[in-house]
Design a protein around this ligand. Structure first.
Ligand code: ADP
Ligand code: MG
Ligand code: ZN
Length: 494
């Protein structure tokens, strides 16, 4: 059954759980450094690995960041909230329980408007945003999938254990129809934009700073009861989220249409094969034996603190978009293209680094997006920074290199050859507009095409094209084509 047929028969319901890793200096309940990429098991202490007798204390900055996220999502902030122990065993959870929030989340009942590529806007309800700690990181070695199945052994790094997380959970999202996959991706993009603008997270999906679990169910049109959902875990790029939701809709429709039933379970997304596979069964009544955390006092943010954070919130994403479109003088179409490509931040930073808005747009949504797509990656995962793109755009703008060389330089940046100016200097790619060198190349080309000057004198200016082509070829595309043309015409008329 194809996607269109699935949507004719069924209504789609999605629910998104997004984990945001906060960028506080220290962990949620101890003084260990919260830093990505340190030597494994160096940022650990008795508290974050749960040794007997250790006592946690709540990170104030993490609470403030969580409040900021809640407010930005239009949530109410709980005047008092407790932490709870969620009990389960997992090798990366040395404490044997995760300190989380259960029935008293710090933020609840919000909404956020999300625009999808078609321009339609959906209002997504936020159920709650709660604070918790991350688990450590397991690396499964020896298998070929990186998963535990088939691995020879596993390594555990507790540096991430106890890193502050905010989990944002939506209410079931209905009514997006065929656009549900795009909405899921656009929602996560917005969450990323928001936490980045708030400055509370590095918001890099490829590092797992923002992770999404996508719940999907379908039900026959007209049926009241929600269908059975699956939860595809830790989908780690926007593109994968969209693909995973689309895949699940089709998979479930196929099963139900053939008289089968959906199992409530977690699923894994396989980016390479474009499919989800079964994880573990999961009932709504999974018994984690939550109980109030006895070692931590309730979190009771004062009204003053909440209002102070509210007053310092950055511009709302929708307002920011309106402002930027005006500042850059982009048409609706141009602007939407940037937003839908998820390149707003990149563009803003590129313009701030000195590029003209249109040039910045052209590079990001054109050549860079094309290269990312060809590699099946998100643009944000490519090894190029807004500063690089600004430098590249400026090199082209000033005429030091042309567009074609620009694309070559871009490729070299992505391959790790350095920044654009360095690549141009190292490889001698600067366009030659030195008349002496150009005249010499023109002489050579004219020797092979002696009738060109005569043709130009007769008014057939297009005859210059062949000589320009030959000069370009001789100079490996680095000749200033405009100047070559001028020189040939001067020659003909002298
Ligand atoms: P869990 O502990 O199973 O992860 P959560 O309450 O944290 O449960 O998150 C469940 C998510 O799934 C929420 O976003 C919720 O809105 C969504 N959801 C619940 N029921 C359905 C359903 N039938 N179809 C799709 N999404 C659903
Ligand atoms: Mg959950
Ligand atoms: Zn610690």
């Amino acid at each position: 059954m194809n996607y269109e047929q699935a949507l004719e028969k069924f209504e789609v319901v999605i629910g998104l759980e997004v984990h945001v890793e906060l960028n506080t200096n220290t962990k949620m309940f101890c003084g260990c450094r919260n830093d990505f990429g340190d030597e494994p098991n160096t940022n650990v202490c008795p508290i974050c690995i749960g040794l007997p007798g250790s006592l946690p204390a709540v990170n104030k900055k993490a609470v403030e960041s969580s409040i900021a996220i809640g407010l930005a999502l239009g949530c109410q902030i709980a005047p008092t909230g407790r932490f709870a122990r969620k009990n389960y065993f997992y090798p990366d959870l040395a404490k044997n329980f995760q300190t989380s929030q259960y029935d008293e989340p710090i933020a609840f009942e919000g909404t956020i408007d999300i625009e999808v590529p078609s321009g339609a806007i959906y209002t997504v309800g936020i159920e709650r945003a709660h604070m918790e700690e991350d688990a450590g990181k397991l690396t499964h070695v020896g298998g070929n999938t990186g998963r535990i199945h088939g691995a020879e052994y596993s390594l555990v790094d507790y540096n991430r254990a106890g890193v502050p997380l905010v989990e944002i959970v939506t209410k079931p999202i209905l009514g997006a129809g065929a656009e549900a996959p795009e909405l899921a991706a656009a929602y996560v993009r917005s969450i990323r934009e928001i936490v980045k603008a708030l400055g509370v997270s590095d918001a890099r999906m490829e590092r797992g700073n923002v992770r999404c679990d996508a719940n999907v169910s379908i039900r026959p049109h007209g049926q009241e009861k929600l269908g059975t959902r699956t939860e595809t875990k830790n989908v780690n790029s926007l593109r994968s989220i969209e693909r995973a939701v689309r895949y699940e809709i089709q998979r479930q429709a196929h099963i139900i249409a053939n008289g089968g039933t959906i199992t409530q379970e977690t699923r894994h997304w396989h980016e390479d094969r474009g499919i989800t596979s079964s994880g573990r069964p999961k009932s709504d009544a999974d018994d984690y034996r939550y109980f109030p955390e006895p070692d931590l006092v309730p979190v009771q943010p004062s009204k003053e603190l909440i209002e102070q954070i509210r007053a310092s919130l950055p511009e709302k994403p929708a307002d920011r978009r309106k402002r930027l479109q005006g500042e850059w003088s982009f048409s609706d179409l141009e602007f939407r293209d940037v937003v839908n490509s998820g390149l707003l931040d990149e563009l803003e930073e590129t313009v701030a680094a000195g590029a003209k808005p249109q040039a910045a747009r052209k590079w990001w949504t054109g050549e860079i997006a094309r290269l990312a797509n060809a590699e099946g990656k998100d643009v944000s995962d490519l090894a190029i920074t807004p500063a690089d793109v600004a430098e590249l755009a400026t090199l082209v703008e000033s005429g030091k290199i042309n567009d074609r060389i620009g694309r070559e330089v871009l490729q070299a940046v992505l391959e790790g050859a350095g920044n654009p100016a360095k690549i141009v200097a190292d490889r001698g790619l600067e366009v030659v507009s030195d008349d002496g060198a150009l005249q010499a190349a023109i002489d050579e080309a004219l020797a092979k095409q002696p009738d060109v000057l005569e043709k130009i004198r007769e008014g057939k200016l297009q005859a210059a094209g062949a000589v320009i082509g030959a000069v370009m070829q001789a100079m490996k595309g680095q000749a200033d084509a405009g100047r070559v043309r001028e020189l040939i015409i001067e020659r003909a008329n002298s």
